[in-house]
Design a binder for this molecule. Structure first.
Ligand code: UD1
Length: 429
């Protein structure tokens, strides 16, 4: 198992290219199941989760071709992938595959919409809380799918096809909204989705579906209307930049000090997080090329933040902000409102000398004068990267074990940080 070794204390200076968003790439790849034609996705990040989903889709008979490098391209460009679901040979997604990546449960929607049936394993446990799929199932039922749960599988049937309906989500859910959008695109009649998630990745998927011939309006707002069509066609779509990767590197620069251009980043995708960074005293400047982040000398001010659905502060940046606040000059409060139990990073940050007290859904972080390197363990994707951020400012060496979590969601992290002056290396084996 690979490890990452970081020696803290180096400032970061230079440019970090921001990759395509993981959380848009996964549903976009799944949307490829909706058509017999080829869906071409550009700016696809090189991530373990993308390879894993490729295997899962392959099991359904989907052909995925990854284009070779074009002349003039370097490793910083995202890849172009061609997805062809001409022949769906199997509508079952087995436990062994779905349990490795929760988002793969989302195949249930395009499979039942196009093929009239799907049998998809329930995802099972997850390190950050229970994460149920009841609302995804509710959305499919509202569109006329018959649902049965048997032996750990969700079996969805709509022999005569899905029909439009009204879906009112009692709680904002990204996966639920993706499910509703994909299913409604091929349903007969009109679907109205109320209290839809407004995350930018929803808008990106809706844009792509519209290029494929879907008739979706209102994506990006909390009320989405979908006029179903009989068939979708192929399209070409470039994945939007990753706002979580952007926010993560912005916090890394805030922690280490220095000045970095986050190339291709778009400020409107993470305004709430940039506002929080500005409050801590970091200079955040949007430019034509991306976002420039700088901290020179001054200390960090503490902040009080609660996570919330978009456009609020994202839960996927909560661990990174907590790492940053371990060095603030004062006490911060960070409240997690989306996922219970998303605090596994707290114990690991404590190993580096952080002072954090947990009380229900709120963490109280008392800034300390210095952190000290130690061996730590990556637990989930975002928790792992919070340890990287802390390690950048810790005295001496931090060894992060189990970095496969990082590889799921961060493309070439050690290269990107290393190129800006971080003392970071991957130790294989
Ligand atoms: C997506 C993101 C994840 C992010 C999360 C919240 C992807 C691949 N993953 O996950 O990185 O942290 O959004 O922004 O895009 N819920 C239910 N019932 C359901 C579904 C969800 O109660 O059927 C609850 C969840 O437990 C959670 C909340 O709704 O408390 C939001 O979850 P949701 O937005 O669905 O998260 P994901 O789509 O799984």
């Amino acid at each position: 198992m690979d490890r990452i070794r970081i020696v803290g204390g180096q400032r970061l200076n230079g440019t970090i290219p921001i990759s395509g968003a993981k959380n848009a790439t996964l549903p976009l790849m799944i949307a490829g199941l909706l058509t017999e034609d080829t869906l071409v996705l550009e700016n696809v990040p090189r991530l373990a989760d993308v390879s894993q989903l490729q295997r899962i889709l392959g099991n359904h008979g989907v052909d995925i071709m990854i284009a070779g490098k074009r002349p003039g391209e370097n490793g910083n460009n995202g890849r172009t992938i061609h997805i062809s679901a001409k022949n769906i040979v199997d509508t079952t997604a087995p436990y062994e595959l779905v349990s490795k990546m929760r988002a793969s449960f989302w195949v249930v929607a395009p499979l039942v919409a196009r093929m009239g049936e799907a049998k998809v394993s329930l995802p099972g446990g997850c390190a950050i809380g229970t994460r149920p799929v009841d609302l995804l199932i509710m959305a499919l039922e509202k569109l006329g799918a018959e649902i049965e749960i048997d032996g750990g599988y969700v079996i969805a049937r709509a022999r005569k096809g899905l029909r439009g309906g009204e879906i009112v989500f009692p709680k904002v859910t990204v996966g639920g909204t993706h499910t509703a959008l994909m299913a409604a695109s091929l349903a007969r009649g009109t679907t109205v989705i109320e209290n839809a998630a407004r995350e930018p990745e929803i808008g990106d998927v809706a844009d792509c579906l519209n290029k494929m011939g879907a008739r979706i309006s209102g994506a990006g707002s909390s009320r989405i209307v979908v006029e179903g069509v009989a068939k979708l066609n192929g399209a070409r779509h470039a994945v939007l930049p990753d706002r979580i990767e952007t926010g993560t590197y912005a916090m890394a620069v805030a922690m280490a000090g220095g000045e970095v251009l986050l190339q291709n980043a778009r400020p409107e995708l993470l305004q709430a997080a940039l506002d929080v960074l500005a409050k801590t005293g970091v200079a955040v400047t949007p430019t034509n090329e991306g976002i420039r982040v700088a901290r020179n000398g001054a200390g960090l001010a503490p902040v009080d933040v609660a996570t919330a659905p978009f456009p609020g502060f994202p839960t996927d940046l909560q661990a990174q902000l907590m790492a940053l606040m371990t060095r603030a000059q004062g006490t911060s409060h960070i409240r997690e409102t989306i996922f219970e139990n998303r605090f596994m990073h707290v114990q690991e940050l404590a190993r580096l000398g952080a002072h954090i007290r947990l009380d229900g859904d709120t963490a109280t972080v008392e800034g300390v004068e210095k952190l000290k390197g130690a061996p730590v363990m990556a637990t989930d994707l975002r928790a792992s990267v919070s340890l990287v951020i802390a390690a950048l400012a810790a005295e001496g060496e931090t060894m992060i074990n189990r970095v496969y979590h990082l590889d799921r969601g961060f493309e070439r992290l050690e290269e990107k940080l290393g190129a800006c002056g971080a003392a970071i290396e991957r130790i294989s084996g």
